[in-house]
Design a protein around this ligand. Structure first.
Ligand SMILES: Nc1ncnc2c1ncn2[C@@H]1O[C@H](COP(=O)(O)OP(=O)(O)OP(=O)(O)O)[C@@H](O)[C@H]1O
Length: 264
């Protein structure tokens, strides 16, 4: 039974003492936080600090050495991610979660059309009707500002920015509740980045998505994230509201990170 009003107050993701180490201070250790529905959490820190490792462990891709990730699913069940079966984790990834890779080639199927890329996740949810899949494809291309007439084109005929927008459409078509993103604007020109960021911000707000986004770009963090975790050498050294951390960082490393961006 759901407690009155409790649903909105319960975290979507509860992470405790999450640890995966490849060597001393290589990986992530003792990470704990709660993520609430509709909240965007940014993970920032220098290269090698453990951001991608943490994202992989959070999203069920790599088992931790210790610690837990609990996810509250659509049925309001609290799923212990690493006690659940591999099949259950994969189903969550296909149905309730999305993962936007830095390189769209890792997140798209390059050998099938844009429409098929979008339709695939709906088919995984049991939608079989061609007209319905086509309609969703056209609508989502439009939503991510790709000319719907390109629905039958292969992603490799798209620019990098378009491929990334297609990857986002492919992820969002199945109405996920939680999206993981690994440097989604990395490798794109600055003007393309700005456009993509603007679009992502709109979609996150409109769809009330919860997001965990890894970025080394503090401007991206500022624009998208409600809260930040600053990582250094596998540890979270500071966590808090984005504006607080970027405007008044407390930890010496966060101060350095913020000031290094401001220096020419
Ligand atoms: N599969 C692996 N085997 C061994 N060491 C690894 C493996 N994956 C990552 N590491 C090491 O763990 C540390 C953290 O790497 P990770 O990729 O999580 O950092 P990151 O903060 O995401 O860096 P970047 O911003 O450069 O992607 C690094 O020292 C890296 O060399």
């Amino acid at each position: 039974m759901r407690e009155p009003g409790g649903h909105a107050m319960s975290p979507l993701l509860s992470v405790r003492d999450l640890t995966l180490l490849y060597g001393p201070e290589k990986g992530c250790q003792a990470v704990s936080f709660d993520l609430y529905p509709g909240e965007v959490l940014g993970i920032v820190g220098e290269s090698g600090s453990g951001k991608s490792t943490l994202l992989s462990v959070l999203s069920g891709r790599l088992p931790p050495d210790r610690g837990s990730v609990f996810y509250r699913d659509r049925d309001n069940c609290n799923v212990d991610l690493y006690a659940a079966s591999e099949a259950h984790r994969r189903t969550l990834l296909r149905t309730e979660w999305g993962f936007v890779e830095q390189n769209p080639r890792d997140g798209l199927r390059m050998g099938v059309s844009a429409g098929a890329n979008i339709g695939e996740r709906l088919m995984a949810q049991g939608v079989r009707h061609y007209g319905q899949l086509r309609k969703a494809g056209l609508a989502w291309l439009d939503q991510v500002e790709i000319d719907p007439q390109r629905i039958d084109d292969l992603p490799r005929t798209f620019s990098g920015g378009m491929q990334q927008r297609l990857q986002i459409a492919r992820n969002l078509v199945s109405s996920p509740r939680l999206i993981f993103m690994d440097e989604p604007t990395g490798g794109l020109d600055v003007s393309v980045q700005a456009h993509l960021l603007d679009m992502m911000r709109g979609l996150v707000r409109e769809l009330q998505l919860a997001v965990v986004i890894v970025t080394h770009d503090l401007a991206v963090a500022r624009l998208l994230a409600d809260r930040l975790m600053v990582m250094r050498r596998s540890h979270v050294v500071e966590a808090g509201l984005t504006d607080q951390i970027l405007d008044d960082p407390q930890h010496a490393y966060s101060q350095l990170l913020v000031s290094s961006v401001l220096q020419p």
